[in-house]
Design a protein around this ligand. Structure first.
Ligand code: SF4
Length: 367
């Protein structure tokens, strides 16, 4: 990987969407369920949406603070172009306050506290082409808070034939959701726990809006999505909670939404909990499969729980070891090569344009 991230002075302000002026002169941002009321010269909770002169600006626009080429399995997405590389980027700030954040160096930083580089939407997409990535991920911090940039990058990405992915906490209002996800092909949504107590005390947010996002994505959009549940010892790893979480998924989303149980490591403000033992993930996966979920994975550990198993013939369709894919037995129509069972997701082989063609296509997009 080789896209350099360095300080830059080209920091043009980009006016935000999803705000209105309140009678007292403050600005109401309704991009996420925090509904911040922001006074002159101040930012919202996420640090990157700022009231300057009575208008709201997105300080994260065109200012990525982290860029990397990742395997798509790291997002994690196991049913979306498995085995491919994904151009991944994030900015400063976040709309949640998770004590266990594993990217806290950028998510808890203000826009001027990170080393960012100016990259306009077309430059992002051309960098992805340069590194032969068929998709882009908006990730590392919460991409909802830089939704304006997400939309503009995605417009260019689609014009040149790349797919777009949100790796998100799902904390977004219904109004903004449709405008952002209209431009998104796939998502991984964190369902960080299944209790309001965890959400309110450990993430400083609420559970219900995340559940609402999951239902909306499933029933009112065409976005492919998978769910991640990071299991933290003693905080959200009780078997009863896992059963409730799986029961809600089955009842509200169906049995074919992939669910990833992933291992926690101590970080940021949550250093008094141990790493998640592999046995916890094995047990959670067994519970979920027993209850009827068809695609259940273990992540952040070395285990056979990363393989995709055909629900029809029970053979291994995608063989994984951590994020490494060594075999894929699903055809481009999403069918098991052994028994023909339909596997949900997107499995077409990516076709990337040449750089010259990408430049030509990208130049025709208005953002
Ligand atoms: S996106 Fe940021 S400013 Fe807007 S409501 Fe959420 S936390 Fe507040």
């Amino acid at each position: 990987m080789g896209v350099a991230v360095a300080p830059d002075t080209l920091n043009e302000l980009h006016e935000a969407r999803w705000w209105e002026t309140l009678p007292d002169g403050r600005l109401h941002c309704y991009l996420c369920p925090r509904h911040c009321h922001i006074g002159e010269g101040l930012t919202g909770f996420c640090f990157i949406r700022k009231n300057i002169g009575g208008r709201l600006y997105n300080l994260g626009y065109a200012q990525p603070a982290a860029i990397q080429i990742d395997p798509i399995e790291k997002k994690p997405l196991n049913h979306f172009m498995p085995g491919t590389r994904i151009f991944s980027m994030g900015t400063a700030g976040c709309n949640m306050g998770c004590f266990f954040c594993q990217n806290w160096d950028i998510s808890k930083s203000k826009a001027d506290q990170t080393h960012s580089v100016h990259l306009d939407p077309a430059e992002v997409v051309l960098a992805a082409i340069e590194y032969r990535c068929p998709s882009l991920a908006f990730t590392y911090n919460e991409p909802t808070i830089w939704g304006e940039y997400v939309i503009d990058i995605s417009k260019v990405a689609h014009q040149v034939g790349l797919k777009t992915v949100m790796v998100t906490n799902g904390y977004i209002t219904r109004e903004a959701l449709f405008e952002v996800y209209e431009h998104i092909d796939a998502a991984n949504v964190d369902l960080k726990a299944f209790t309001e107590k965890f959400y309110s005390k450990i993430t400083l947010t609420h559970l219900q809006p995340v559940l609402d996002t999951l239902k909306t994505l499933r029933h009112e959009t065409n976005v492919w999505f998978e769910i991640t549940n990071l299991m933290i010892p003693t905080l959200n790893d009780a078997v009863e909670e896992t059963k409730e979480l799986c029961g809600w998924i089955l009842e509200n989303l169906g049995d074919d939404v992939p669910l990833h149980f992933t291992a926690f490591h101590p970080d940021f403000k949550l250093r008094d909990k141990p790493n998640t033992p592999p046995e916890t993930l094995h047990r959670a996966r067994a519970v979920a499969l027993e209850m009827g979920l068809k695609f259940v994975y273990e992540g952040n550990i070395y285990s056979d729980g990363g393989n995709t198993i055909c629900p029809g013939c029970k053979r291994i369709l995608v063989k994984r070891w951590w994020h490494k894919v060594s075999d894929v037995r699903i055809n481009e129509e999403g069918r098991c090569e052994y028994c023909g069972a339909q596997i949900p997701g997107y499995f077409k082989k990516p076709i990337l344009p040449s750089m010259d063609e990408a430049i030509r296509l990208a130049s025709g997009v208005r953002v």
